[in-house]
Design a protein around this ligand. Structure first.
Ligand SMILES: Cc1cc2nc3c(=O)[nH]c(=O)nc-3n(C[C@H](O)[C@H](O)[C@H](O)COP(=O)(O)OP(=O)(O)OC[C@H]3O[C@@H](n4cnc5c(N)ncnc54)[C@H](O)[C@@H]3O)c2cc1C
Length: 306
């Protein structure tokens, strides 16, 4: 019930100013975001790796409408990849990239060129990248750029949002040999014509997509905190004879950390999505929209003066 109003409020510039400058915000941000610098990101990655977890790092920032910022984001990824390699954390850590942060809204070619530079750097240090999925108006463009980049970087990961009505068809198209596909529910407020609106419909779509991906020759990345869907993936994989090295679970940094460790201890491959950087606002608001308990935590923190 709270999800849509929170996501709508998140786009209000006054609310953004209030939340971004409130002293209590930092406390909440720290739970979900590794910090502002590449060194912070490397530190968190090192701790997660010591617990047997793998990582995908996201340099925060999205909806860039400025060529300079798109380039600065690209450079931040290059620096991060260098730091990860120097720390011996590749290929344990890969990167997740939002095309809107590297110029997609300005010019598709600019976004593709920037993403290509990031892919080249990832390849050089022996790791991979995944293109995050953003709101449904960007899906066609993102899949177009993915197809293009995969000619040179076949390991480039795709993301499917189960809430979209097109999700199952996209999974069928993406379930090809070696194709890395992250399946998530979808974090954006989407209109009815593009997306399922009820939780039951989204979960049913997730289950259908999971069946397509696990039965196919690709590498499914099961991104959810939902215990029912984690258990379903486990059952389906066993029934289909897919070994534990044939798929992975993915969870967000700060969300169900005990479950992350439990899955890893049980012998599953687990990757934690770790965002870092100064532009945490949009990311934080999507996390709050997902879970009313987080909103309570957030409001209490906002009320704190220090
Ligand atoms: C690794 C990863 C990458 C992602 N990448 C993208 C992307 O590229 N594009 C995009 O749109 N979205 C992305 N998402 C976000 C995703 O789409 C969902 O918005 C988010 O994961 C919440 O959905 P859920 O599957 O966890 O299920 P929900 O429906 O939010 O939760 C289902 C159940 O999970 C449990 N649960 C959830 N949160 C908690 C918690 N904090 N503590 C305890 N139990 C909890 C509860 O039992 C809850 O009922 C990503 C998510 C992950 C994990």
């Amino acid at each position: 019930v709270l999800r849509t109003p929170i996501l709508a409020a998140a786009r209000n510039p006054r609310i953004q100013r209030l939340v971004s400058t409130a002293p209590g915000s930092r406390q909440v941000v720290r739970r979900f975001v590794a910090g502002e610098s590449a060194d912070d990101a490397v530190g968190v990655t090192r701790r997660l790796a010591a617990d047997g977890l793998t990582v995908t790092l996201d340099h925060l920032g999205e909806d860039t409408t400025d060529v300079g910022r798109a380039e600065a984001t690209t450079k931040a990824y290059l620096r991060l990849l260098e730091c990860l390699a120097a720390a011996g954390l590749t290929p344990v850590a890969e990167v997740s990239v939002k095309l809107s942060a590297v110029g997609q809204a300005l010019d598709e070619t600019l976004a593709r060129d920037n993403a290509r530079v990031i892919c080249e750097a990832a390849q050089e240090v022996g790791t991979t990248a995944t293109l995050d999925a953003e709101d449904h108006t960007t899906t066609d463009s993102t899949l177009r750029l993915l197809t293009d980049l995969r000619r040179d970087f076949p390991w480039l990961g795709a993301v499917v949002q189960a809430c979209l009505r097109r999700a199952e068809a996209d999974c069928r198209a993406l379930a090809t040999q070696g194709s890395r596909v992250r399946l998530c529910k979808g974090a954006y407020a989407e209109p009815e014509q593009a997306a399922f609106q009820s939780r039951a419909e989204v979960d049913a779509s997730y289950a259908r997509c999971l069946a397509v991906l696990l039965a196919g020759p690709g590498y499914p990345m099961v991104a959810t905190h939902d215990p029912a869907l984690v258990a379903l993936a486990d059952r389906l994989a066993r029934r289909l004879g897919r070994g534990r090295d044939g798929y992975e679970y993915q969870l967000l940094h700060g969300v169900r950390p005990d479950e992350q460790r439990r899955l890893a201890a049980a012998g599953h491959r687990v990757r934690v999505y770790v965002p870092y950087g100064a532009e945490w606002y949009g990311y934080l608001m999507r996390r709050l929209a997902e879970r009313p308990a987080n909103v309570g935590f957030f409001l209490r923190a906002l009320a704190t003066r220090s």
